[in-house]
Design a protein around this ligand. Structure first.
Ligand SMILES: [Zn+2]
Length: 351
């Protein structure tokens, strides 16, 4: 076994961030990447924080056997086991962050904390309902994705994956993790109840999916209805800018030196996408689905029609979120189809 404790891994170390193991981030804090099935993201980082009474995990991972194995391997490298986990501070309710935390809660009694605004989504997912995604696809004019989306919906949910958390976080609050004072900061956008966890004394931000170093977090993809997810996300990025700068400990990707530097890039990215979206509806009216077809997707600039159903759905909903922001900034108008006269989705026109 490679003994990796005590070695902080810099981005140029030659070791890919998703390489299994326990990688020390700081005194008593270890990054443990867990694999993800069927997902371009490769892995999700959970962070094990040592405390006098055991371990607190930052995020739990996706409850699949290979992730569970990787967690056990990582913990073994730091002389620990899943039975040492006393608490899991989860950043948001998406399955790659929540479901393994839920399983550990049932198995070893770990206490889970989750943002209270995630309750609507947790209730929908745990009950096996579909939530608002199909309605939003219709609104986006993405009728072509609807049938395919229905086909990839997961089977009946496993109740052990979607346990109710022990603690619902509300507003911004202080959480004790051993001797550390952690600021739990509400950052809606990626999801409505997303939280980041700041250890100001150590200069670290456990950022979940709010600030990711190499990709832009998806916005507007959650089963609970949300009025303006991109406006929320941009406001939550600006909120990060008002904190002292911290080291970025993301849920996906390598650790990066500055939260502020990445926040500035993400804000710039969205202003650029807003400008492209505005261009696309000059001379409108056009649906979000049509606009999505004009825009490049992912950092590799893929065409919209080459994306798979899951990523196509994310792209259509994200475009809808951008068009919503243009409307709220007074730069565009939105028109819904007259009831009974077709189902082609809402259209947007630049003013
Ligand atoms: Zn994630």
């Amino acid at each position: 076994m490679t003994v990796s404790t005590g070695k902080a891994i810099s981005p140029d170390s030659g070791v890919h961030w998703a390489e299994p193991g326990a990688w020390q981030v700081d005194e008593g804090i270890h990054r443990i990447p867990l694999p993800l099935p069927m997902d371009g993201l490769k892995a999700v980082n959970v962070y094990a924080v040592e405390t006098p009474s055991g371990l607190t995990l930052m995020d739990g991972g996706w409850a699949v056997p290979e992730a569970r194995d990787a967690l056990e391997l990582g913990l073994k490298q730091i002389g620990a086991a899943v039975g040492d986990i006393t608490d899991v501070l989860v950043t948001h309710v998406h399955r790659d962050h929540y479901t393994l935390a839920s399983v550990l809660a049932g198995e070893v009694g770990a206490k889970i904390a989750l943002g209270a605004p995630e309750k609507a989504t947790l209730d929908i997912v745990a009950s096996g309902e579909h939530g608002s995604t199909q309605r939003l696809l219709r609104t986006a004019g993405a009728q072509r994705l609807l049938a395919d989306w229905g086909a990839i919906l997961p089977p009946a949910p496993d109740p052990t994956h979607w346990r109710t958390p022990d603690v619902w976080l509300e507003g911004d609050m202080r959480v004790e993790v051993g001797e550390r004072a952690i600021d739990a900061i509400h950052t809606p956008g990626h999801t409505q109840g997303h939280y980041v966890y700041a250890d100001q004394a150590a200069g670290l931000l456990f950022a979940g999916d709010h600030v990711l170093p190499t990709i832009t977090p998806s916005v507007g993809f959650e089963p609970a209805a949300v009025a303006s997810p991109l406006s929320d996300f941009l406001a939550s990025l600006t909120k990060m800018r008002s904190l002292p700068d911290l080291r970025l400990l993301p849920a996906h990707g390598p650790i990066a030196p500055s939260v502020h530097a990445r926040v500035d890039e993400l804000l710039e990215h969205h202003e650029h996408r807003l400008a492209l979206s505005l261009d696309a509806i000059t001379g409108g009216p056009r649906t979000a689905y049509e606009v999505a077809g004009d825009l490049p997707w992912t950092r590799h600039e893929h065409r919209f029609d080459t994306l798979d159903v899951f990523n196509g759905t994310l792209a259509a909903l994200e475009t809808l979120a951008h068009l919503d922001v243009l409307v709220s900034r007074g730069l565009a108008v939105r028109k819904s189809p007259t009831p009974g006269q077709g189902d082609e989705g809402d259209t947007f026109t630049a003013i």
